[in-house]
Design a binder for this molecule. Structure first.
Ligand code: CA
Length: 369
């Protein structure tokens, strides 16, 4: 099997959707007629990652064997490392790796989780990831949480989506919302708090102690993501599990977080090397006794790729993330990715187990320059 064509493009989920609301898809075509699909991080529509694939990777990939995906990943990473190993390059590598794993599964007639060594589970619980609570009142937040409980999540994470240029903007409000969320769901329902990097070290300790009192399950990205030592200090000073890593793109970066003291890392499959990259993170975390809980916000190709990794992971300690529960991303797949009675079910068909509906793709597709 040889690669014959690389086809990166965006998907606009709504007519005229602005750049930052588009998804970044990739199709890899081969000489045996099989096509693999992948996805890059959707930050700013993934345009920078798709451009790297089109202009800096495609020529070198023509004629390559998709089964050489790990060699291809490391060769491309080191060839283009001067672009910066974090951010857009990571997204491009991730999309490519996911598409090559999809091809591998299709060629061998096996779901990816089988090729990873088998599944510990094929029905995956999820947590509802609820963003933008920083701009809501307490009552508004509670109404949104009530609506999300109807999907039967096994946990809820309240995010505050700070703009990161201010810290400790409203700690009393954050505490009031954490208390209201606990009161709404009851004492036993698992809750997590995502500060989205909006706190100072002192602010994080103050808020974290309240979250401990309220029995929150984890406390995510309390301080700026680049303040790795301080992230670790928050983790060391609090009893609650402190997590970080959704903005970490390299294995060495994940190691730095672990060494700083973070006990739950959250690399994202559409940023951190795809399935190959996440498998390496799983091994690193297992060796250090640290939780590996992938970040994943889009219920599309990346979400499915992440589910294969989670299925094959022995210590999957937390549910998978579901940010957008709406049906707007379902229409392009023959079998939409959505939970049934609180569980995502992993398909047993070859590769990712996803098929795109060409006419639906064509009507949403945005070609890149
Ligand atoms: Ca987060």
């Amino acid at each position: 099997m040889k690669i014959t064509r690389i086809e990166p493009f965006q998907i606009a989920w709504a007519q005229g959707a602005p750049m930052e609301q588009r998804s970044a898809f990739l199709r890899v075509h081969t000489d045996v007629g099989l096509v693999g699909i992948g996805e890059a991080s959707p930050m700013q529509g993934g345009l920078a990652s798709l451009t790297i694939l089109k202009h800096h990777m495609a020529d070198a990939l023509i004629g390559a064997d998709p089964l050489d995906h790990a060699v291809i990943h490391d060769r491309m990473l080191h060839k283009l490392v001067a672009l910066g190993p974090e951010g857009a390059l990571g997204g491009a590598l991730a999309a490519l790796d996911i598409a090559l794993w999809d091809l591998k599964g299709k060629l061998l007639g096996q779901p990816i989780y089988k090729l990873l060594g088998g599944a510990w589970r094929t029905e995956l619980p999820f947590y509802a990831s609820v963003g933008r609570n920083g701009e809501r009142t307490v009552d508004e937040m509670c109404r949104v949480l009530e609506a999300r409980l109807e999907d039967k999540p096994s946990a809820i994470k309240i995010r505050f989506d700070s703009d990161r240029v201010r810290v400790d903007a409203d700690i009393p409000g954050d505490i009031a919302k954490a208390r209201a969320a606990r009161k709404l769901v009851g004492d036993d329902f698992p809750l997590a708090f995502d500060a989205n990097n909006g706190l100072s070290l002192g602010g994080a300790i103050r808020l974290g102690r309240v979250l401990e009192e309220l029995g929150f399950w984890w406390f995510e990205e309390p301080v700026q993501h680049y303040h790795i030592r301080e992230m670790g200090e928050v983790a060391r000073r609090l009893d609650i599990t402190v997590s970080a890593g959704e903005q970490t793109y390299t294995l060495a970066g994940v190691r730095d977080l672990i060494e700083a003291g973070v006990t739950m890392v959250q690399p994202d499959i559409v940023k951190m090397g795809g399935i190959t990259g996440l498998q390496r993170c799983v091994a690193l975390c297992q060796a250090h006794g640290v939780e590996m809980v992938g970040h994943q916000t889009q219920p599309t190709i990346g979400h499915m790729a992440n589910m294969h990794v989670v299925a094959a992971q022995m210590h999957a300690t937390k549910p998978i993330e579901l940010d957008d529960p709406s049906a707007r991303r379902h229409g392009v797949f023959t079998h939409p990715i959505r939970p049934i009675n609180g569980l995502f079910h992993l398909p047993t068909t070859p590769g990712l187990g996803l098929e795109l509906i060409e006419a639906e793709i064509a009507s949403r597709r945005v070609d890149i320059g």
